[in-house]
Ligand binder design. Structure first.
Ligand SMILES: Nc1ncnc2c1ncn2[C@@H]1O[C@H](COP(=O)(O)OP(=O)(O)OP(=O)(O)O)[C@@H](O)[C@H]1O
Ligand SMILES: [Mg+2]
Length: 293
């Protein structure tokens, strides 16, 4: 694997909209290193999912190239894993069977016992070994998302694409799942590109935060190196002045530089606040210290 594992160069994508064809993403360049976890953040509608979908091969860029592990991305493939807001599990299969499906693909010549042991290992990592025999309908939304993460890591993709994976969860479950993702990623170090709306989440989890300008013609505006030691936990971050400074920088970008030339409107500020972005430290502490170990 090259150091620059995933390379997006000069990506542009247009869609037909109510006011004609619009170039949603334009001049999008990004390089992700092997085993890096990169967070992609930007205002709603700027084109984050579009970028992810192009890396997944589900949507083709109009211009530019996407290269993964030295090969051009043309179509969807098993070298890319996707995690969405909901887990998309097969409802007639148990949690274990859902994960086993992935394990069978990557360990086709292993014995059944080895495959089951591997699937159980992933379920243990997400704290669900006790629920292995339950079907999705018997699991909470957070538990389903845990199975989804276990399955995604069990596939051992070259890159894992996560599109707001915790967006539908309440804040406590969300924090739990962030910890699950951190522990899975620490153990398996899969290259990951994760879309999030949440600045705190981006800083807790990622190596770099890629900030997208607002569309149309959205592209990478700034990249923040999250130079915080790992393993990380929320308590550590709240007490770290570097975290505050980084938080301010990302919020500053979203408020001022994401393509808004004037001060944010009330509506935009509401959006930022609802995403736990707008108001500084007191809110950060509420969000971040909530589940400190
Ligand atoms: N298949 C499509 N056809 C037409 N327009 C599309 C299509 N997919 C995306 N768009 C438009 O492209 C823009 C970017 O959409 P996208 O879903 O990538 O945004 P996003 O940044 O992921 O937003 P959110 O944070 O709300 O999920 C939007 O204006 C959307 O309406
Ligand atoms: Mg989206």
């Amino acid at each position: 694997m090259s150091a620059r594992h995933l390379v997006l160069s000069g990506i542009a994508k247009s869609f037909d909209g109510p006011s004609g064809r619009q170039r949603v993403v334009d001049g999008f360049d990004l390089e992700v290193e092997a085993r890096e976890l990169v967070a992609l953040i930007g205002h709603s509608g700027c084109g984050k999912s579009t970028v992810l979908s192009m890396v997944a091969g589900l949507t083709k860029p109009d211009v530019g190239s996407i290269v993964l592990g030295g090969r051009a991305v043309k179509d969807p493939g098993p070298d890319r894993g996707m995690v969405f807001q909901s887990a998309c599990l097969l409802p007639w299969m148990t949690a274990l069977q859902n994960v086993l499906l992935a394990v069978e693909q990557v360990m086709p010549s292993a014995t059944r016992a080895q495959q089951r042991a591997s699937a159980m290992h992933y379920l243990e990592l997400v704290g669900l070994d006790d629920a292995a025999a339950r079907k999705p309908a018997e699991l909470s939304m957070g538990m389903r998302q845990r199975v989804g993460l276990a399955r995604a890591f069990a596939c051992r993709p070259d890159v894992l694409l996560l599109d707001e994976p915790f967006g539908m969860l309440d804040s406590i479950t969300r924090m739990e799942l962030q910890d699950v993702l951190l522990s899975l990623w620490s153990e398996h170090r899969i290259t990951a590109l994760m879309v999030t709306h949440d600045v705190d989440e981006a800083l807790l989890l990622s190596d770099r935060v890629v900030m997208m300008t607002s569309g149309p013609h959205a592209h990478v505006g700034e990249i923040l190196e999250v130079a915080l030691e790992r393993p990380r936990n929320r308590r550590m971050l709240v007490e770290d002045a570097r975290f505050d400074a980084m938080r301010e920088r990302v919020i500053g970008f979203l408020e001022e530089r994401a393509g808004h030339h004037a001060a944010p409107t009330d509506e935009e500020r509401d959006e930022l606040e609802s995403l736990s972005l707008a108001e500084p430290s007191s809110k950060a502490e509420a969000t971040i210290s909530g589940s400190a170990p």
